[in-house]
Design a binder for this molecule. Structure first.
Ligand code: ZN
Length: 732
């Protein structure tokens, strides 16, 4: 109750400071004057006892009193975050100080384990705040992010660059062979030691100061980049259509969705298309009006590149230069070297070689597809050369011609809830888990669904949140995160709370949400990450939760292999009006068409991966121009003019965050996932229990408890082969 009052006071205060003219007008009125004074006094009173109030009412400061101890979203207010971050950092620092000030000889328990278990509150508030800042942000959240990001960076550096702490870790590390540690404990010691070296523990004082500055600068630029991109995607561009004839070619459902978007934007009677994929892609796929396709797609690929206040060229160049300096300071050749040396691939040369090896056949097939599409254009009397904004439109026609299949013919069979349940069915068949919807759970938005996950024996093992549709405060794409990671506390297992966030087509009118084939696969993909989150089982946070980067996408991508299996389609692909199971003939055509346009997907993906690597191997050269660099990079791989990289530099969010010098990992993992699924196919049973059990035990449960290739060989008995992937994509 006190919170509401305090929150309201804050609002009044900002109202008063809104405009000095307005304020002086108000102050002329004596009654108002009194009110103003009262408000100010109360504000002071409330501020002075705020700390005490905080302790008793800030939901982050006590154990969550909710079912399964999920975050109490209904109680969390934006004003809770900063105090929770402040206390989280202070508590964590106190734990670190206790390790540092301990006079006993450093041991695994008093140093490594104590470090591994530290930072509870900070983890608790971070997981909620950063998840929501992606899925449900607003100006207040963005402001908090700007405040806490430098605090967090500084705090991380205070730990990573703490000399005494590192000395203690080094004592344990140097004597690790004589400490009677088990394999996992040894690995945890080695990983922490490496982490500290990689974060600058071996640098001298002056170098450490530079590193701190670089880290702060990088995080500032990352926030700029992300906020610009959010505005560029969700706010700054709309394609508004007021002439129905311009909708020619579009399926009814797409038109209805665009009309709804228009109404929501206060443009009743018109149609609006946005740069969010569920809105943009169908337009590119079906709209006959070539000029409008061009306008929409240009809006998309020019994001962050319009030489205005949202331009991202400077922010990204800053990030790249700062990273190069950081890598050099830490003794690496370049940033890619810094990142990849810790991955399965180990060197950027190996990654380039890997990418080029697949690019070559992919370009050949893509060129063939392009020529076939040009034939359609010529035959229809179009007097133009296929261009960027034509690919989806003519690919759709070519697909229809070659496989007699049309995406809109499939959609009625992909009802969101059925796809979701089909995916639960697959998990049940593979791993015996049951997933049931929970009612009346705390959620951060009413659209969010919550599920209980239990194992074969009915024992609860996780909670799953699912958030399906685009909203203005949600960033684009799809991702899977955690409100709580699995961990052990005093020997007792704490179960994870996992969240899947997507941007799928919304239901329109009375019809349910009908997904595209791509969205179906995306849902299975994110669910694969979720399964990984459910099953990870490790005593130590450092090794349980962190896989080598280029293995992270294996658990997710492998799930996509089940989407098109006829016995799985029979379960989830049912017509939304008739409940009829997808006809066998349509399944056959779908399966035949699955390789279609894979060359395009592979080419635009590899182009982006190469762009990422090129940026991160160029070092600290200062005279680079973003656009020139980008076009040279693409020329070097002979990218055809009809395709651009899946992400251009100014909206390449992956490389601003955790996928820098690592966008290639999806394809790397695709080799692993195709090879994994081949094991099921070879056994003649896509639900083969022995293989599923081994995958769960050796990959999903393990997290990062061993080197990636070692784990993979334990599961598969041999190194992965690239052939299943090439076959699957029709590139061989
Ligand atoms: Zn993924």
């Amino acid at each position: 109750m006190k919170y509401v009052t305090f929150g309201q006071l804050l609002e009044y205060q900002s109202f008063f400071s809104l405009s000095s003219v307005l304020r002086s007008l108000i102050l002329k009125n004596t009654v108002m004057k009194k009110l103003y004074v009262v408000a100010l006094l109360s504000a002071i009173l409330f501020t002075s006892c705020e700390k005490k109030e905080e302790m008793s009412t800030n939901p982050f400061f006590s154990e969550y009193q909710t079912p399964f101890k999920v975050p109490p979203f209904h109680l969390i207010d934006t004003i809770n975050y900063i105090p929770a971050f402040e206390k989280g950092i202070a508590d964590h620092q106190a734990e670190i100080d206790a390790i540092v000030n301990n006079n006993e000889t450093p041991t695994f328990e008093n140093t490594i384990l104590a470090l591994d278990k530290s930072g509870d509150l900070l983890g608790k508030v971070s997981s909620v705040f950063f998840s929501l800042n992606s899925a449900e942000t607003n100006p207040a959240m963005q402001k908090i992010s700007r405040t806490i990001t430098p605090m967090m960076t500084k705090h991380r550096d205070n730990i990573n660059l703490n000399e005494t702490l590192f000395e203690k870790i080094k004592v344990v590390y140097d004597s690790r062979e004589n400490l009677d540690l088990d394999d996992q404990q040894l690995r945890v010691v080695e990983k922490y030691y490496d982490d500290f070296i990689r974060n600058g523990a071996n640098l001298n004082e002056e170098e450490k100061t530079s590193l701190r500055e670089l880290n702060q600068e990088i995080s500032k630029n990352q926030i700029d980049f992300r906020e610009n991109l959010l505005a560029e995607t969700n706010k700054n561009f709309k394609l508004v259509i007021d002439n129905e004839a311009d909708l020619s070619g579009l399926p009814e459902g797409i038109k209805a969705a665009a009309a709804e978007t228009a109404t929501n934007a206060g443009l009743d009677g018109k149609w609006v298309f946005t740069l969010q994929k569920p809105s943009m892609l169908p337009f590119l796929q079906y709209a006959d009006n070539r000029e409008l396709r061009k306008e929409l797609y240009t809006g998309y690929f020019m994001r962050g590149n319009n030489n205005d206040e949202f331009d991202n060229k400077e922010a990204i160049l800053n990030i790249l230069k700062l990273r190069a300096k950081r890598a050099e300071l830490l003794g690496y050749k370049d940033y890619a070297d810094y990142v990849i040396s810790n991955n399965m691939a180990q060197t950027s040369d190996k990654v380039y070689e890997f990418l080029h090896g697949i690019m070559e056949p992919a370009l050949e097939v893509a060129a063939q597809d392009r020529d076939d599409m040009q034939k359609i254009i010529d035959r229809e009397g179009g007097d133009f050369k296929l261009d960027l904004w034509d690919w989806w439109y003519y690919a759709e026609k070519l697909k229809k011609e070659k496989y007699n299949i049309d995406e809109s013919e499939l959609k009625p069979y992909f009802v969101l809830e059925n796809v979701r349940d089909g995916m639960f069915y697959v998990a049940n068949k593979l791993y015996g888990i049951t997933i049931t919807q929970l009612e009346d759970m705390p959620v951060y938005n009413d659209e969010v669904q919550v599920f209980d996950v239990s194992d074969k024996t009915g024992k609860h093992i996780a909670v799953l949140y699912m958030d399906f549709h685009p909203r203005p405060g949600k960033r684009v794409g799809a991702w899977c995160g955690r409100f709580r990671q699995q961990t052990y506390k005093d020997g007792e297992k704490i179960y994870p709370v996992v969240t899947m966030v997507m941007n799928f087509t919304r239901p329109v009118g009375d019809a349910p949400a009908l997904l595209t084939w791509d969205e179906v696969n995306t849902m299975f993909h994110e669910f694969g990450h979720a399964l990984h989150g459910f099953f990870t089982d490790g005593e130590y946070d450092r090794t349980a939760g962190r896989l080598p980067r280029d293995m992270v996408e294996l658990p997710s991508q492998v799930m996509e292999n089940w989407t098109g299996q006829p016995e799985v389609l029979k379960v989830y692909a049912r017509h939304y009006e008739t409940d009829e199971v997808i006809p066998q003939d349509l399944v056959t055509r779908l399966l035949n068409s699955m390789k279609f346009n894979e060359a395009f997907n592979t080419v635009e993906y590899i182009a982006a991966s190469v762009l990422d690597l090129d940026w991160h191997t160029v070092g600290g050269k200062t005279d680079l121009d973003v656009l020139t660099f980008e076009s040279q990079s693409m020329d070097n791989i002979n990218l055809m003019t009809e395709i651009i990289p899946r992400y251009r530099t100014t909206y390449f969010n992956h490389i601003v965050g955790g996928y820098a010098a690592g966008y290639y990992v999806y394809l790397w993992a695709a080799v692993l996932d195709s090879d994994t699924f081949q094991a099921y196919l070879d056994s003649g049973d896509i639900f083969n229990q022995e293989i599923a059990e081994s995958f769960r035990k050796n990959i999903l449960e393990q997290g990062g408890s061993d080197e990636g290739m070692v784990q993979y060989i334990k599961f598969r008995g041999q190194e992965p082969s690239i052939d299943p992937l090439l076959n699957k994509r029709g590139l061989k």
